[in-house]
Ligand binder design. Structure first.
Ligand code: FES
Length: 151
């Protein structure tokens, strides 16, 4: 029997707009700021390109949480991409509730390219939220099986 403490390390996907959140992540990395390695960043031309099915697909394929990170309100390079993204994330949150999952597994984040430290704060908070929720039932894993499979 193993004596090590088993901790849940969630799989979190972040769809990041290249004009803001992706650049903020880059800034954080360049500044040697630490953020959870469990975040899988996917660069998007704009969060307006992220649709409901992509978010649900990530959750279906085992992500414990999905963030959509776009420009600050009123600063989307495609005018209303981040507004549409927020509506889609809200819709996904409603769908998650409908099927009995925690709505907190989806989150919209708004950030500018200059906000590297804020990016770290936001994604760390999201990962901590997901950790508190535990593994997604859709992942088919428990916290113990996931940890063991990574050992
Ligand atoms: Fe960043 Fe649209 S260009 S969210």
């Amino acid at each position: 029997m193993r004596t090590e403490e088993k901790t849940f390390e969630p799989e979190v996907v972040a769809f990041c707009c290249r004009h803001c959140a992706y650049s903020a992540a880059d800034l954080a990395g360049g500044g040697r700021m630490n953020y959870p390695s469990s975040i899988k960043i996917i660069e998007m031309p704009c969060t307006g390109r992220v649709n409901v099915l992509e978010i649900l697909h990530a959750l279906e394929k085992g992500a414990d949480g999905v963030a959509v990170a776009g420009c600050l309100p009123g600063t989307c390079h495609y005018i209303k991409g981040n507004t549409l993204a927020k509506q889609r994330v809200d819709h996904v949150m409603e769908l998650l509730k409908t099927i009995g999952l925690e709505e907190q597994r989806a989150r919209m984040i708004n950030i500018s390219a200059a906000m590297g430290a804020q990016f770290v704060t936001e994604v760390t908070d999201f990962v901590e939220t997901i950790k508190a929720l535990g593994p997604s039932p859709l992942s088919g894993e428990t916290s113990n099986t996931r940890k063991e499979s990574q050992s």
